[in-house]
Design a protein around this ligand. Structure first.
Ligand SMILES: [Zn+2]
Length: 209
């Protein structure tokens, strides 16, 4: 089983997990607010890979994202992580994990969850749903084309969309969690590449041609 996580900045909002079976078909959607609920779900489903669709590491050299801290980027001139700079060079729009980021609460939560799960022995990867979508489809599929299925050379790209009977209920966060879970499944079959460096942190994306 492959799980994808779309996490929100805090427990006031629902975060989403999508679970895919080994055939990459969506079998279950979970929502939670508190981290403890999330760990309970993980212990229950025990996925072979969990893909977190938000940053799980800081730029090399930074101990935090606080502007008041003395920590410094190891690579002068870099304003984000290497994986993010690589994505930008591939015209995949992304937010930089940078000092003073407006998303720092989310990033801290995401890093903490990743570390906790790693220490519990789970296999965790970082994904970026927008990159998965951009690489698999070149351009942005509309909601309508997503639902009607694809006629291109990647017919099984969104198999979970065909199977989930109540897919009309899926919101954008659920799609993002599903894209991360799907990337985990591709990773399991060695159909992915990794951006960034191991020292800093890798982002797993569908295999680049
Ligand atoms: Zn710091």
């Amino acid at each position: 089983m492959f799980a994808g996580l779309h996490i929100r900045a805090n427990d006031k909002y629902q975060s989403t997990i999508v679970l895919l079976n080994p055939d990459l078909q969506a079998t279950k959607v979970y929502t939670f607010k508190k981290d403890e609920e999330f760990y309970d779900i993980m212990d229950r489903i025990s996925p072979s890979i969990l893909a977190i669709g938000s940053p799980t590491s800081l730029p090399l050299g930074l101990c935090c994202l606080e502007t008041s801290c003395e920590c410094k980027y190891s690579i002068t001139g870099n304003k984000g992580r290497i994986s993010e700079i690589q994505m930008a060079s591939m015209s995949i729009s992304c937010f930089y994990t940078a000092r003073g980021s407006i998303s720092k609460t989310l990033i801290y939560r995401s890093i903490n969850i990743s570390n906790q799960l790693n220490s519990k022995g789970y296999k965790v990867i970082e994904t970026y749903p927008h990159a998965t979508k951009s690489i698999l489809f070149q351009d942005q599929p509309s909601h309508k084309t997503e639902l009607s299925g694809f006629q291109n050379n990647y017919p099984h790209t969104y198999p979970f969309l065909r199977l989930q009977s109540d897919i009309s209920q899926w919101d954008k966060n659920t799609y993002n969690a599903a894209l991360s879970a799907y990337t985990a499944g591709l990773h399991h079959s060695q159909l992915t590449d990794s951006l960034g460096t191991p020292e800093e942190g890798l982002v797993v994306v569908p295999a680049l041609q």
